[in-house]
Design a binder for this molecule. Structure first.
Ligand code: P6P
Length: 336
């Protein structure tokens, strides 16, 4: 992304003036991105209020994934649906929290997918959580939306990003020409450009994985992690550090910010499921950001964004981040 990289510009000004591969951002896409960002700025306030307004704890309902919904999961989902209703180019939307997609205008250029509040198991313990979004270009904008319209590979994304509700509320965005980051200025309720040309270092000394699942992993993943743990006393030329926040948005924000590799691989507890994380509204948007920042994202055998989905809520094994480490993981998988 070029020009308008003058830091401190507000999100709306950025979208109006950004040049993406030499072209300005279409008005309909600007409108949609503004609506998502505005909704997430409001959600940041709700998240920060938490217990003060009775928003912690379970909603007493389950979602399509069979997971217990937190109150904030439901609120985030409802706010995002409401927030984009006026977007004239939005044909429809799909959410982790809903089995079927929902028509907005019915016809239109874009399809929005989101995980409204990822990492919600962390809500009650005051650990960072986030909203992940992906925007696909609808193949035929004149026809009414249907579920099959969403089943496109991650290469069809025209935009992707997340908002992480942490000590700061940060928004990361790619439109296919690099990655930029914004910080919510609560004094004015605006996202302000604070980083541009975000790049993931190819080498790293930091890996992120839930180590308690080690006995369930495939051998290539076990080999990789065991070598990281052994460091210079083993096959690696350096020692490693480990992080695991159990909130994908927070872990990926760290990888984008300072490098590293994030893994949630397939494991044998559910051998018929390719992984835990969802392809369409978690892995694909994060993979788009990571690739645009010079990193890589694989399921072990293929690049995640090359995968052709067959189901809106399908899951995938995820290994993403610093290119050297992801390529090593791919190499170990190719030898298995
Ligand atoms: P575990 C959150 O529930 C999530 O979907 C991701 O955000 C996170 O990376 C992962 O699950 C954490 O899973 O098994 O460590 O609790």
């Amino acid at each position: 992304m070029t020009n308008t990289t003058n830091l401190n510009s507000h999100f709306k000004h950025y979208l109006k003036t950004a040049s993406i591969k030499g072209a300005s951002i279409p008005d309909g896409l600007q409108e949609l991105l503004l609506a998502v960002a505005h909704t997430c700025a409001g959600l940041s306030h709700e998240v920060a209020q938490g217990a003060l307004i009775g928003l912690l704890g379970s909603a007493g309902t389950g979602n399509v994934q069979g997971e217990v919904q937190q109150k904030l999961d439901v609120i985030a989902n409802d706010l995002l649906i409401e927030g984009v209703q006026g977007c004239q180019s939005l044909a429809g939307l799909a959410s982790e929290e809903m089995e079927l997609p929902m028509a907005v205008q019915g016809t239109g250029d874009y399809l929005l997918l989101f995980d409204p509040l990822d990492g919600s198991s962390n809500i009650d313990v005051n650990v960072s959580i986030g909203t992940i979004f992906s925007i696909l270009k609808k193949q035929d904008p004149t026809k009414p939306m249907q579920t099959s319209d969403f089943l496109l590979s991650g290469r069809h994304q025209v935009a992707a990003g997340y908002v992480v509700y942490g000590p700061q509320t940060s928004l990361a965005l790619t439109l296919g020409d690099g990655v930029v980051m914004f910080t919510l200025d609560r004094t004015i309720g605006e996202f302000v450009l604070t980083r541009h040309a975000v790049e993931i270092a190819s080498a790293t000394k930091e890996f992120a994985i839930n180590m308690s699942n080690m006995r369930h992993w495939s051998s290539p993943v076990r080999r990789y992690v065991e070598e990281c743990l052994a460091g210079v006393s083993g096959a690696r030329e350096k020692d490693f550090n480990m992080r695991w926040i159990a909130s994908m948005v927070a872990d990926v924000h760290r990888v984008l910010s300072r490098g590293g590799v994030f893994m949630y691989p397939w494991d044998q507890r559910e051998p018929h499921k390719p992984g835990k994380l969802r392809l369409m509204y978690e892995a694909n948007p994060m993979s788009f950001l990571v690739e645009q920042a010079g990193g890589a994202a694989t399921n072990g055998d293929q690049l995640i964004m090359d995968l052709i989905p067959t189901d809106l809520h399908e899951r995938v094994s995820v290994m993403l981040g610093s290119k050297e480490e992801v390529e090593r993981l791919q190499h170990y998988h190719s030898q298995a």
